[in-house]
Design a protein around this ligand. Structure first.
Ligand SMILES: Nc1nc2c(ncn2[C@@H]2O[C@H](COP(=O)(O)OP(=O)(O)O)[C@@H](O)[C@H]2O)c(=O)[nH]1
Ligand SMILES: [Mg+2]
Length: 211
């Protein structure tokens, strides 16, 4: 990324919620989706990337988001006196790995996550969020294997980076790159401290403009 380039996500807006394909919003905007265990920090990441607190709901209780939520936004790239805008959808997928014994949420991976990932014609990049404190959890490895087997372009994001000391952060990030090889190197992200976003936005612009 050149030093004089500035990227922002602007005009974020909730568009639609869906549980199957017929409910996906229309249009040809490329989509960047976010997937990970319940409570890993997906909604917080979307909010902090857009600098918009109440956009995606943040919850302390896991397993709250049970629909696929679409948010329209634009990636704004400013370079010297030039400005370009790339309209996109941010897609907040339901969390996996939450099994409330006996309840309706027993399934650890909603069928409609699989449907979205395999059938969405506009999916440009799937961000797989893993807690940076716990690289290589079996359930995250399973998710990665499944996504990689389906040829989905991946960006790994290690969340809650603020909870780690600098040396641990570097070590765990390197581990993520080894465990989960992807198109772009893994990013250490903190929604709390708002760190990691310039790198992530840079990768998002790359994947949109490479298409
Ligand atoms: N310390 C810290 N806490 C976070 C961060 N991101 C999310 N959280 C907390 O983790 C919990 C789950 O976050 P949420 O975004 O709702 O996760 P989701 O279920 O993946 O959408 C909330 O209590 C957040 O405040 C972060 O970067 N740092
Ligand atoms: Mg959420």
């Amino acid at each position: 990324m050149s030093d004089d380039r500035m990227i922002q996500l602007i005009r974020p807006e909730y568009t639609a919620s869906a549980v199957h394909m017929a409910q996906y919003p229309e249009g040809d905007m490329p989509e960047i989706a976010f997937l990970g265990r319940s409570n890993v920090g997906k909604s917080s990441l979307i909010n902090s990337l857009c600098n918009y607190r109440g956009l995606a709901r943040v919850s302390g209780a896991p397993g709250k988001t049970r629909t696929i939520n679409f948010f329209s936004a634009a990636l704004q790239v400013k370079e010297e006196d030039r400005e370009e805008r790339f309209p996109i959808f941010l897609v907040d997928l339901p969390g996996y790995g939450f099994a409330k014994t006996g309840g309706k949420n027993r399934q650890s991976w909603s069928d409609f996550i699989g449907e979205y990932v395999t059938k969405s014609p506009r999916l440009a990049l799937l961000c797989l969020l893993v807690d940076l404190r716990h690289p290589g959890l079996p359930i995250d490895c399973q998710a990665y294997e499944w996504l990689a087997a389906h040829g989905v372009p991946l960006q790994i994001i290690g969340t809650k980076a603020d909870k780690l000391k600098n040396n641990e952060r570097q070590k765990n990030l390197a581990q993520l790159n080894t465990l989960f090889p992807s198109v772009y190197p893994a990013v250490a992200y903190s929604s709390l401290k708002r760190s990691g976003w310039p790198q992530l936005l840079d990768h998002m612009v790359q994947c949109i403009t490479d298409q």
